[in-house]
Design a protein around this ligand. Structure first.
Ligand code: NAD
Ligand code: UDP
Ligand code: UDP
Length: 318
């Protein structure tokens, strides 16, 4: 019997932090998942628990090269997300966003698949409008060290909307704000994983600048729920839509919270602020509330507890 609700879903970047959670959730919903990843920042360990599931398939592939498969939906997540990683090979980062988007859009066009882009709050750059609504065009340096990521993601959004207008593709664009949780890479350089690993090891927490810059942190299960709701929304809704937790914290506040949750004796070590580091970031999520009936349910303290448990286990096994 053909199950009409069972879809063949491609997740690019599926062996990464967000992708691995998304693959697991889609399989739990009864879909067939094809995970495509070149393991640049992702790992087999992230998806090890899925490898023996008959509905899961893994393909090592770089999205900057064409891909010919037959699927009903595409979640395009392939792209390093941590500043340390995306700045390591900036030309490859832009290629992944831009050539990767062209290839996945070409694929979606050929097989008439619905396609979702994992865009980012970085499209707002160092925002001069605060908090950020989707209507804000952003304040982005086109030639700085973050530009490979920011401009690559902006160009990918442009491509999505041009394929929508020119080829009538069914597109969805999610602007994801800082998301954290289990399976972040312990050395990936992002603030939540850095602070937790430092606190658990008793090392000092590396706060860049004076720690007065702000971020809004979303727990991974909430984010995955938002992505799936967006994919399942009506064809008339393209986004872009902000997905993030509106709770805003300074980096110094985050450091103190991590010390509190881990009961660590670590102290704070102030290091220079990297260039173009955005001073503030907070999503307005009214659109997601209205169109997707979505809002985060896990607050920072609870999410940090789950994440600390994960890293505690991981470090104990080292
Ligand atoms: P991640 O680095 O853990 O995952 C990215 C995955 O993409 C990795 O598995 C990596 O190996 C893979 N990849 C990179 N280049 C590729 C290529 N050329 N071909 C195939 N696979 C490739 O990062 P993440 O946090 O899981 O982010 C996933 C997506 O969500 C990214 O597109 C990122 O820009 C976006 N995003 C994440 C956040 C966040 O806070 N986590 C915020 C905004 C946007
Ligand atoms: N593409 C792909 N898989 C497909 C179809 C297309 O990877 O199933 C790639 C192909 O390499 C192409 C790109 O997507 O360069 C854009 O495809 P499109 O059909 O939009 O443009 P064209 O083929 O005319 O360049
Ligand atoms: N940050 C920090 N210490 C760290 C890592 C990051 O103070 O060890 C700061 C960084 O300068 C930025 C914020 O934390 O202001 C978030 O950094 P992250 O790399 O997680 O993501 P971003 O939002 O900058 O892409």
């Amino acid at each position: 019997m053909i199950d009409e609700n069972r879809k063949r879903i491609l997740v690019t970047g599926g062996a990464g932090f967000l992708g691995s959670h998304l693959c697991a959730r889609l399989i739990a919903h009864g879909h067939d998942v094809l995970c495509v990843d070149n393991f640049y920042t992702g790992s087999k360990a992230n998806i090890a628990h899925l490898l023996d599931k008959p509905r899961f398939e893994l393909m090592r592939h770089d999205v900057t090269f064409p891909l010919y498969v037959e699927v009903d939906e595409i979640y395009n997540l392939a792209c390093p997300a941590s500043p340390v990683h995306y700045q390591h090979d900036p030309v490859q980062t832009t290629k992944t966003s831009v050539h990767g988007a062209i290839n996945m859009l070409g694929l979606a066009k050929r097989v008439k698949a619905k396609i979702l882009q994992a865009s980012t709050s970085e499209v707002y750059g160092d925002p001069q409008v605060h908090p950020q609504p989707e209507s804000y065009w952003g304040h982005v340096n086109p030639i700085g060290i973050r530009s490979c990521y920011d401009e690559g993601k902006r160009c990918a959004e442009t491509l999505f909307f041009d394929y929508f207008r020119q080829h009538q593709l069914r597109i969805k664009v999610a602007r994801i704000f800082n998301t954290y949780g289990p399976r972040m890479h312990p050395n990936d350089g992002r603030v939540v994983s850095n602070f937790i690993v430092q606190a658990l090891r008793g090392d000092s927490l590396t706060v860049y600048g004076e720690g007065q810059q702000t971020r809004s942190f979303c727990y991974v299960s909430d984010l995955v729920d938002g992505l799936i709701r967006l994919m399942n929304s009506g064809d008339d809704f393209t986004g872009p839509v902000n997905l993030g937790n509106p709770g805003e914290f300074t980096i110094l506040e985050l450091a103190h919270k991590v010390i509190e949750v881990t009961r660590s004796t670590s102290v704070i070590n102030y290091l220079p602020l990297p260039s173009d580091d955005p001073t503030q970031r907070q999503p307005i999520i009214e659109l997601a509330r209205q169109k997707l009936g979505w809002e985060p349910t896990v607050n920072l303290e609870q999410g940090l507890r789950y994440t600390v448990d994960y890293f505690r286990n991981l470090l104990e096994r080292e």
